[in-house]
Design a protein around this ligand. Structure first.
Ligand code: IMP
Length: 403
């Protein structure tokens, strides 16, 4: 049994898609275990850009891709995504958990309503109904894919949801949902048993999270978080598998930091320097198109991510983008209430940041190696892969991954 679980070390958008795509050919199975269409894992194949929202980003490389029970599924979006992906691979094998929850139009409306209710303290969600879908799951009035087997039962469940939210729905609404369901029901199965059997049979599986460590609902910068478990801890509940299957963990970190939505961001940059980095890195949300907030690499954040996720390896992405700046800075520690701290804690204020400066490396790769060595020494986690460009093949090996 060989597995690798891959997470994002920052606030999401670390470039996980490209790393998952790269590694996927080494795995029989690639599983997505949390989040919904709020995610956008981008892979550039030739002159085409693929944005995976619900389907695992190892779609092109792995023999089988699985959407497990921890994911919340917008049926319409999934149908569209599968249709789009067929252009790139026709002979795919997709399995979807029959107990995954469904994001309906009622959840979308609830998301907008809650954001409005929060006023100036809004979270800046993707407005894709994600928080409400998990809210209804935990409230035990959610809609699951198995509910679609029996239209009467589905209507009963939708009626309860609509009463809780005080949003009406009608029969055409159910017809539309059923139409989309009919296009994906052939992929539904008990993914937990499937994965268990495959792993016991010696097959290799890679598990991918959506979003990043610090927007995890438990470990992140609450309430400015998403509503799922984005850390390695989420892989067991998100798949239903025993923790015994998970031994190796890889974190993807971008060479600088970005964030979409509200919430703390200690190393945030502003002004022309920020604009330049945003432009160089094309830092605009792949799901919503929103400009991402940008900042320097933050080692206190990565130290905490390494511990929380038990990282064995790191993949560092977009170093080519950072190397084009005139000056490169890295946060090495914070000052907080009169003491120096070297690990991010979302509940503590950051009064001052201590930075280390580096020479840009656009013209000199030895300077890049110095930067990479510095980070892995500080984190005590090997950086095994380095992303050096947009294209799927623009990855350099810096060490070995054993799993
Ligand atoms: P939600 O997941 O749409 O509820 O949004 C909650 C917070 O998570 C917002 O700040 C979003 O911008 C952020 N978020 C959700 N998905 C992603 C993602 O895939 N990348 C980065 N940020 C995300």
């Amino acid at each position: 049994m060989e597995t690798l679980t891959l997470v994002g070390c920052q606030f999401g958008d670390e470039g996980k898609g490209k790393i998952i795509d790269y590694l996927s050919k080494d795995f029989d199975i690639n599983v997505r275990f949390n989040g919904g269409e709020n995610a956008g894992h981008t892979v550039v194949v030739g002159d085409k850009t693929i944005k995976y929202h619900l389907v695992p980003a190892g779609f092109l490389g792995a023999r089988t891709v699985v959407i497990s029970n921890g994911v919340v599924v917008n049926l319409k979006k999934l149908v569209e995504e599968i249709e789009f992906l067929k252009k790139f691979r026709n002979n795919f094998d997709l399995k979807i958990s029959e107990i995954a929850h469904v994001v309906t139009g009622l959840h979308f409306q609830r998301d907008s309503y809650l954001e409005k209710l929060r006023g100036t303290s809004h979270i800046g969600t993707t407005l894709k109904g994600i928080g409400p879908a998990y809210e209804s799951k935990f409230g035990r009035y959610g809609i699951r894919l198995v509910d679609f087997r029996d239209r009467d039962k589905l209507e009963e469940n939708l009626a309860l949801l609509s009463k809780v939210y005080q949003i009406p729905f009608d029969g055409t609404y159910v017809d539309d949902l059923m139409k989309d369901y009919s296009k994906i029901n052939r992929y539904l199965t008990d993914t937990r048993s499937y994965l268990e059997n495959e792993l016991e049979d010696g097959k290799k599986a890679m598990f991918e999270t959506a979003q990043g460590t610090f927007i995890d609902v438990e470990s992140g910068t609450y309430p400015f978080v998403t509503s799922s478990y984005t850390t390695t801890a989420g892989v067991t509940v998100g798949t239903g598998l025993s923790p015994k299957y998970f031994k190796k963990f890889l974190g993807v970190a971008k060479a600088y930091t970005t964030r979409v939505g509200e919430g703390v961001f200690p190393t945030e940059m502003f002004g022309p320097e920020a604009d330049e980095l945003r432009k160089l890195g094309n830092e605009f949300g792949s799901t919503t198109g929103r400009p991402r907030r940008v900042g320097y690499l933050d080692l206190p954040i990565l130290r905490r991510a390494a511990k929380l996720n038990s990282l064995d390896y790191i993949a560092l992405t977009k170093v080519d983008v950072l190397g084009k700046l005139n000056s490169v800075r890295v946060a090495v520690s914070y000052e907080s209430n009169g003491s120096e701290i070297d690990e991010f804690d979302p509940t503590r204020t950051v009064d001052k940041i201590n930075y280390e400066s580096f020479k840009p490396w656009a013209e000199d790769s030895s300077k890049l190696q110095y930067y990479v060595d510095f980070i892995q020494d500080e984190l005590r986690v090997p950086i095994v892969l380095i992303g050096v460009g947009e294209k799927r093949e623009a990855i350099e090996l810096n060490g070995k991954i054993a799993f």
